[in-house]
Design a binder for this molecule. Structure first.
Ligand code: SF4
Length: 370
């Protein structure tokens, strides 16, 4: 089992060491390779990845956007409906101004057909609870048939005796299970509308049935957002994960959108924060450089086919095109996308969304060490 402290939805991160008193206990777990990368390698995908990296380097050197490759990874939103009302989530709070809905299986298949040659990793989540969409198993199966690695992030509250075998039959390669408290008080502090009892039994049912059916998938990652109300449970969550039998525990820094929520939620231990909080304001700890690799390596698709630059654009305020009228490649290489990249290269802090973002920073990950 491995333990990391990192930012939301970042597949590329650099761990910062964090010492915890129980860390020694977990060293007995051997490191589990999360992705069998060899399975997904094709010459075309390697060539594409090389183009992505080299064009990004050329862009930051010449200070103008040059794009030679297609995204390596994507986030696709099965739905923006949610069964919880988490205080920092616009989806659960009903604060999204964009319509609510469910991604159609046919639309997902058409998208996969467009990106499968160059891309190899799809996160089937963005806003909302993915398992609300009954077509999720069909999407997972279709993407896996096309040799695409799939991860799903869930609050786990829809996992039940009734559907567990179906979930495992069409299991994603990785299933992220979010539990942010180990008792009702800490859990319900943030996961409003859910209970620790249900989340805990969902996780344990999944792990038990996976073992009984001798399934290799999914790789199960337990995620825990560190807040003032649960920071005393960091050591305990490692033990909880070990006892439950998950493959990995990840401790996440919390993203907040206001000074008031920062005061309410951010941990007392400043090492677990991504922000400096002072003078009635919040700001990301590190200097924000005028570039963003996310705009070269990944892209985000909402349930109704809007392409947005990254997972920080929760309400699709920076829509760059719609898959109902253009191909993904047309949108990716469009003037609008190029202008957006240029805006970040010129002045990242000029875009308010980009000032509350950890892309390219090393403040967001803590790897537990002895
Ligand atoms: S918020 Fe801005 S800097 Fe951050 S990942 Fe999105 S586009 Fe890049």
């Amino acid at each position: 089992m491995e333990f990391y402290y990192h930012a939301k939805q970042s597949a590329f991160w650099n761990p910062i060491p964090l010492s915890l008193k129980n860390a020694e206990t977990y060293k007995k777990y051997s490191s589990i390779l999360e992705i069998n990368i060899l399975k997904y390698i094709t010459l075309r995908r390697i060539a594409n990845a090389a183009k992505v990296v080299s064009s990004f380097i050329a862009s930051i050197t010449l200070r103008k956007p040059i794009v030679w490759g297609m995204p390596i990874s994507y986030s696709v939103e099965p739905t923006n409906h949610c069964n919880l009302q988490c205080p920092e989530c616009p989806s659960g709070l009903g604060a999204l101004t964009r319509p609510l809905g469910l991604l159609k299986l046919e639309d997902f298949k058409s998208f996969v057909d467009q990106i499968k040659h160059d891309g190899f990793y799809v996160q089937l989540y963005f806003q909302g609870e993915p398992y609300i969409n009954k077509n999720l198993p069909g999407m997972i199966e279709y993407a896996q048939k096309n040799n695409i690695y799939i991860s799903v992030s869930t609050n786990g509250l829809l996992v039940s005796e009734k559907n567990i075998d179906n979930i495992l039959e069409s299991a994603p390669d990785k299933l992220i299970f979010s539990i942010d408290g180990l008792d009702e008080e800490t859990y319900q502090n943030y996961r409003v509308g859910g209970t620790f009892k249900d989340a805990d039994s969902g996780l344990k049912l999944l792990l038990k049935r996976k073992k009984e059916l001798k399934k290799k998938k999914p790789f199960v990652e337990l995620q825990f957002i560190v807040m003032k109300q649960n920071e005393h449970q960091i050591d305990d969550v490692l033990k909880y994960g070990e006892d439950a039998g998950v493959d990995k525990v990840v401790l996440k820094t919390m993203q907040v959108s206001s000074y008031e929520n920062a005061l309410h939620f951010l941990p007392s231990n400043k090492k677990y924060r991504r922000y400096i909080v002072e003078d009635g304001k919040i700001r990301i700890k590190n200097k924000l450089r005028n570039h963003c690799f996310a705009l070269w390596r990944t892209s985000v698709i909402t349930w109704d086919g809007k392409v947005v630059p990254c997972c920080f654009d929760k309400d699709a305020n920076y829509e760059l095109g719609k898959l109902s009228s253009l191909s993904f490649k047309e949108i990716w290489t469009s003037e609008g996308y190029t202008d957006f990249r240029k805006g970040v290269l010129d002045n990242r802090t000029g875009l308010s969304m980009c000032t509350n973002c950890t892309e390219g920073l090393k403040i967001n990950i803590l790897q537990i060490e002895n």
